[in-house]
Design a protein around this ligand. Sequence first.
Ligand code: SF4
Ligand code: SF4
Length: 367
Amino acid sequence: MKHIQILIKPASSLCNLRCSYCFYADISSMRQVRSFGRMNPEVTEKLIENVFADLADGDYLTIGFQGGEPTLAGLKYFKNFTALVKAQPKNVTVEYAVQTNGTKIDEEWCRFLQQENFLVGLSIDGGLEFHDRHRPDAAGRGTYQRVLAAKRLFDRYGIRYNILCVLTREMTTQVRQVWAFIQEEEIAFIQFIPCLAELGEEENEFAVTPRGFADFYSELFTLWQQEMQRGRYVSVKLFDDITNLLVNGVVGACGMLGRCQMQYVIEANGNVYPCDFYVLDEMCVGNITQQTLRELFEQPLTQRFICDKREYQTCTDCEFYKMCRGGCQRMKDACYVGAEDDGYCGYREVLKKVLQPLLTMAAPPVR
Ligand code: SF4
Ligand code: SF4
């Protein structure tokens, strides 16, 4: 039984917001073709055919949609996509996820997302102040209230969602403000996505630093524990991932064990790339309209990418090496050993603080 995950960009890098730190705007600006536009029906059909070619009865397939802003592909695109998947003759369990800025979500979208049981990642940046500073629309207007309206619709329709919050350098010093937002908005699931410098740069004004990363999560952990003692559990993805790795041996995030994985990132024209951070011309491993997933996995470029080893000085005597091995290479400068690799590691500091308490919490009660 296989479990395959693919990530589709049905509207390429198109987006109706102008977020100050958008990593995909940065990546796509380095390509010859910045945006491949919206995925057309021929590409969609061939994509599904070639994805299913290597699957067998009993397999699992997770299909994520991301952007840019994927909802710009239109609800018709998504309805057509799920109908084509249902028509596949193989008995494969398919799960859907979509990451959205929420501004296009209305009741019709909600009915569809509910019907197809999508897991939604909704981008909201830690409260009005942070959000509207960094996530304006194309006219420069804040989008916080519109995104909150989408969140309320998701609540009303019982749609599964988690909040995706971009962790900027500034935010790492304002943990209490972020926590107050989580409480006020009664957020049950939240994932912090570290803001990174442009590809090839060591830092920029918004990018997280390893020290900021460690300080943020250390304080957050204290607040999170206090909340738990009051009887309310908030799912914070990093804490969940660490617990799952320790207790169940399950890797919850790419790069958590220091290895790159083939993510099958599919652009709107069918081009395939191994990782969302590297959707670059020189990293294109093929095209899903012409190759199956197995063929794409066997490409020498894919193999080189997933076999690349991290070798950082700071890691050599790290007590957590076996459960990290240097982490995600793209996040090195922001969260791990930093550009300097001078003996400090943000993630190690977080593990020092959270590991033992998480293990204690996960242990079954003694009878
Ligand atoms: S760069 Fe990071 S996210 Fe991308 S494949 Fe490697 S470990 Fe995963
Ligand atoms: S030093 Fe940091 S990156 Fe290296 S193995 Fe330890 S925790 Fe991971």
